[in-house]
Design a protein around this ligand. Structure first.
Ligand code: GLN
Length: 334
């Protein structure tokens, strides 16, 4: 990596040769991950999501923290091998697929990129916003994004999405079928959202089928380590740091990260930008991925959520690491 792209954390210090720097930085990142894991392990605030009945059964104590850097190094602590459902953390990756297939302008025009200020599943937001679907990181926009994915039929569309996520993870990912069945049996709100989008002409395939593919994509299993590789692929400008495969055109990456910064935490996105300053995405499965452009992804996983549907321990862990590293995209403030 060119030295200009990796400024020294200690301003004013003379950079030692890269070979001398690497081990120290590795120790630091592992230490930070360990600290973040230890610091928030005792937090028991919040509760598993239970509107998807199967999610209420996931052990609440699970807690993992992971960093994967753009050169493919992983630093992990805790339950980083447990496969949880990706849920809304899937949304930016499907938005990325739409950008790749149809271009960034199509995503902006046909879905929108404005934060809604409403909860992720708000039906009323559709009636109130001029663009209806808001942005691809709330349910309405995410279902619309699924409807925009080009594939011959619903099955092929799901397979394409699953394979696409696998390219980001550098490993094959598969659906957790109990989670899918549980959500498919109870997702009346999402069906209402799709029907309302259809009323406004803001969904681009069959609404029932689009919700079903969306529900399947949300049930894809991923562990914290894999999710960190997915995020690191975005941090690395769209190239998977483990496989070396270019997944997403680099021109789409800053735009996707902009949406994640504005809307990744739903109606807590402002607070998250204020506290951590990183593009990120949360999911009701308890996973959160944050992206430090050009450097790394930071992931937390823990099932207990706050009112907004954001994992409490994962939020705290990432915020802590980002603060210690001074990697807010708005500057380190020191
Ligand atoms: N599948 C979930 C839903 O549609 C995803 C929500 C989330 O993770 N915030 O409700």
């Amino acid at each position: 990596m060119p030295p200009a792209a990796t400024p020294s954390a200690s301003a004013g210090a003379v950079d030692p040769p890269a070979t001398a720097v690497a081990p120290a930085r590795e120790t630091d990142l592992q230490k930070l991950v360990n600290e973040a894991h230890l610091k928030f392990r005792a937090l028991t605030e919040g509760a598993n999501a239970d509107y998807i009945p199967e999610l209420a059964r996931i052990p609440s104590e699970l807690y993992g923290v992971a960093i994967v850097t753009v050169d493919g190094r992983a630093y992990v602590a805790g339950d980083v091998e447990y496969a949880f459902s990706i849920q809304s953390v899937s949304k930016p990756f499907t938005a990325a697929l739409v950008m790749q297939q149809r271009g960034a302008e199509a995503l902006q025009k046909q879905i929108g990129v404005e934060p809604t200020g409403f909860p992720f599943n708000a039906i009323e937001a559709i009636a109130l916003q001029p663009q209806r679907s808001g942005n691809p990181l709330v349910n309405a926009g995410a279902i619309a994004a699924v409807s925009m994915v080009e594939a011959p039929d619903a099955e092929a569309k799901y397979r394409l999405i699953e394979g696409w996520y696998g390219d980001f993870a550098g490993q094959k990912l598969t659906m957790l079928s109990e989670i899918y069945k549980s959500e498919a049996a109870t997702n009346r709100g999402n069906r209402a959202i799709a029907a309302l989008l259809a009323k406004y002409g803001r969904i681009y395939a069959d609404p029932v089928e689009s919700v079903d593919v969306y529900t399947r994509q949300c049930a894809i299993g991923v562990n914290a380590r894999q999710l960190a590789v997915m995020g690191a692929t975005l941090a690395n400008g769209g190239v998977n740091p483990l496989t070396g495969k270019r997944v997403l055109d680099s021109t789409h990456v800053p735009k996707l990260l902009a949406i994640m910064t504005m809307a990744g935490f739903y109606d807590e996105s402002g607070l998250w930008a204020y506290r951590a300053g990183l593009p990120a995405k949360t999911g009701v499965g308890g996973g959160i991925v944050a992206v430090v452009p050009g450097r790394m992804a930071i992931v937390g996983f823990s099932p207990r959520l706050n009112q907004a549907g954001n994992s409490i321990r994962a939020t705290r862990a990432i915020e802590y690491i980002a603060g210690e590293l001074g990697v807010s995209v708005f500057g380190a403030g020191r």
